[in-house]
Design a protein around this ligand. Sequence first.
Ligand SMILES: Cc1cc2nc3c(=O)[nH]c(=O)nc-3n(C[C@H](O)[C@H](O)[C@H](O)COP(=O)(O)OP(=O)(O)OC[C@H]3O[C@@H](n4cnc5c(N)ncnc54)[C@H](O)[C@@H]3O)c2cc1C
Length: 406
Amino acid sequence: MKVLISGASVAGPVLAYWLDRYGFETTVVERTPALRHGLGGHAVDLFGHATDVVQAMGLWDEILAARTMIEKLTIERSGAKPVHVDLGRLYAGMSDRHVEILRGELTRILSAADSSEYLFGDSITSLNDDGDGVDVTFEHNAPRRFDLVIGADGMHSNVRRLAFGPEESVRRHLGGYLAVYSTPNLFGLGTNTLTHQSVNRLVAMYGVRQTGQARAAFLFRTENELAYDYRDKDQQKALLAKEFRDYGWRVPQLLEHLEAADDFYFDAIAQITLDTWQRGRIGLVGDAGYCPAPAVGGGTSLAIATAYILAGELAVNGPDGLRSYETKVRPMVDRSRAIGPKVMGSIIPGGPATLRLLPWAASVVPKLPTPIQRFIWSQNAVGKALGSEPLPTYAPSPGSPATPIQ
Ligand SMILES: Cc1cc2nc3c(=O)[nH]c(=O)nc-3n(C[C@H](O)[C@H](O)[C@H](O)COP(=O)(O)OP(=O)(O)OC[C@H]3O[C@@H](n4cnc5c(N)ncnc54)[C@H](O)[C@@H]3O)c2cc1C
């Protein structure tokens, strides 16, 4: 079977890898002129099932070697003593398997593992599903026909727009915004994260050990949705500068590097609430189908685990696997939707009480014995999403060297 995957970041390469191992013929189309790999982008987390999947792909050691190595977090607030958090112990309390890695590094490692055909610098312009296959046209490449087309093209998915309709009808705005860009390592951060919280605002920065630079992140809440052009970076930079111009702390030094930042990222903290991820021979995986909200929702682990399940279901059931995949991943997706609002409420405090309580809790919980930490996590949305049922096991296709997850 010939499968076209749109998007080569996290879900796309994982899906391509497993389909490849199950004997499918896969093509990946990616809008950027080359793979978005390397030391740019933001730090993302792999928990639980996602670590099982990359282990089964034989990539665990490489991912571990490329990890950020950030283990300490300092939370500062005006008029309060800094709070120090042992992130290593915090994550160990949440899950017995966790790794943090820059998204570009993860993409590099994941995409080197499969032997799909990659079409860079291109995008799908139309999809015509006639029940037996899908005719696809591209901006640049010649039209082609595939047995299946999968959108792994992120929160603003092109495949979703073409096959399921406009984004506005399936986007749930959580009321916040997020900006990230690189700066020189102005404050000698090493591999620590330093944050400053206030009501409705969070500024965070961490050192990137491989480049000697730092990355600054700004999260904020607004009463009304901001109107901006998602292609206009200068307009977004101006919006960010306006939101934080009176913030104080170390923000003025960070903003001095805003204009020159060439990796500036800005987006709404929003979820994709579509409730079906297949239409005929077209499907969605990862953020394209069910983005649980950038930076606060655990989308990377979800994308990896669900891409593995989609490949397995297609291997077992052929095109009908799109429907069985949907049934299998729905509980995981439903649980993940509860994470974003909770995490956003903690890291961007909505009022003075949360501003006082959460840094205290973040410093105390990691000091508790691991079983008690596990119990605490199991009582909330984040823990419930991490501790879900085991991943299904798929038999490899005849002759394939696949080692299914045990
Ligand atoms: C600032 C920030 C911080 C984050 N922090 C965390 C974190 O700490 N932990 C965590 O787990 N997750 C985090 N996330 C979320 C995480 O990055 C995503 O959940 C994850 O990358 C989803 O993977 P994906 O492959 O589904 O989509 P994406 O990573 O969004 O990839 C989509 C791919 O599709 C490509 N594409 C887009 N349009 C087209 C098109 N028309 N044609 C072809 N290709 C196209 C894009 O170029 C990209 O390569 C964060 C996200 C952001 C933005």
